[in-house]
Design a binder for this molecule. Structure first.
Ligand code: SAM
Length: 362
């Protein structure tokens, strides 16, 4: 909690911040349009010379009035500065334009969350993803993922993959090594097959079974076939929220990456209990998650805390990016103990290796 134990702002800074919050939707849309319309790009490309309003209008071919309003708003936001009527880009403007994390977050917020966030208050009260109705009539976003508009899917997957892509290369050697002897692994929530592809490429002998909702598995099946990995990867369609469905057995290890955060604490415990039934005493469960209280950088903790609200309003109404202690409690209740913890993997992840808890008799 290192970042969140003191009120660091002066009164003036706090009042400025409060205005950023009050005008939040305006600031967001202005920054996004200045990025997408080419305004920031043109100003940056002009270098130290900068550009006048008229020069920017000519380059982006938008009405003078609209560009002026955006630029003046951009001054207050801190995206651009003005001297002698010439606009130049700021460091924040640079990050809006080029930083991959910012781009992925901004697209995810606009395409997936923006309209649905209007229903956050109802979602909090009802513990349901009330914002999801802007896309369709599903219980959770995961049921509808394969049917979302293409540009929404694109931003959702880019967001999801951005975080796991940076973590997977770093964790592969921890999972597949001579001490673990993993030949058969069950990847729960395997999504588009990224972990299955990374695993079978890294370890020539391992066989992966992806367990996910049928809609997601159709996408994964196509990708796996295209990669020529049909012999190395199997599929197990299931809705894990149906607690009567037992997990398939016979695996050396179970892998869950960015998966358990899609569920409430009780649901996490139920999933872990079923993992407990599915593996034997020598089996492992690997959990790869990002916890906001385990971050090195305040911006990383901030991103995770705000991503939680997507789960509330859009995804399922009852899960979040967890604080590690709350998550640990829900996981261990399923009958496991943590035998290894590695933090600071990729952008923001923690890897837990879990074993069945040995029962202590009195
Ligand atoms: C956030 S994605 C994680 C994907 C991948 N493991 C990664 O690390 O990038 C969560 C995955 O869980 C799946 N999922 C969500 N709810 C599910 C459910 N009720 N039953 C089975 N799979 C589910 C989704 O379809 C999705 O593929």
């Amino acid at each position: 909690m290192q970042f969140f134990s003191t009120d660091k702002k002066s009164a003036l800074e706090a009042k400025n911040m409060a205005q950023f919050i009050a005008f939040g939707p305006v600031i967001f849309q202005v920054a996004r349009i200045m990025r997408n319309s080419g305004i920031l790009h043109e100003i940056e490309a002009s270098g130290s010379a900068g550009l006048t309003l008229q020069e920017i209008v000519a380059r982006v071919q938008l009405p003078n009035y609209g560009v002026r309003v955006l630029l003046e708003s951009g001054l207050g936001i801190g995206l651009v500065i003005i001297n002698d009527e010439r606009y130049r880009i700021t460091k924040t403007g640079h990050f809006i334009l080029h930083d991959p994390l910012t781009i992925v977050n901004m697209d995810f917020m606009h395409d997936v969350n923006y309209n649905g966030m209007f229903y956050l208050e109802d979602a909090i009260k009802n513990e349901r993803p009330e914002g999801l109705k802007v896309f369709g009539n599903w219980q959770t976003i995961y049921e509808g993922l394969s049917q979302l508009p293409k540009h929404v899917q694109k931003s959702w997957f880019a967001f999801d993959h951005f975080f796991s892509d940076t973590a997977f290369p770093a964790v592969l050697p921890h999972v597949y090594n001579k001490h673990n002897h993993i030949k058969k692994l069950l990847d729960i929530g395997g999504n588009t097959g990224k972990w299955a592809i990374a695993s079978t490429t890294f370890d020539p002998e391992v066989h992966i079974t992806i367990m996910d909702l049928p809609g997601q598995l159709n996408v994964a099946k196509t990708t796996i076939a295209e990669k020529g990995l049909t012999d190395r990867v199997s599929f197990h369609p299931a809705n894990i929220l149906d607690a009567t469905q037992p997990f398939p057995k016979g695996f050396d290890a179970i892998w869950m990456s960015q998966f358990l955060d899609c569920f409430s604490e009780d649901e996490i415990t139920s999933i872990m209990q079923r993992c407990h039934e599915a593996i034997d005493e020598n089996g492992f469960v690997y959990v790869l998650e990002a916890f906001w209280d385990k971050q090195r950088f305040e911006a990383a903790a901030f991103c995770l805390q705000q991503t939680s609200v997507y789960f509330t309003a859009l995804a399922n109404g009852n899960s979040q990016m967890y604080n590690s202690e709350i998550f640990k409690n829900a996981v261990l209740k399923g009958g496991f103990e943590i035998v290894e913890e590695i933090n600071n993997i990729g952008l923001s992840h923690t890897l837990w290796k879990l074993k069945k808890r040995t029962t202590v008799t009195a």
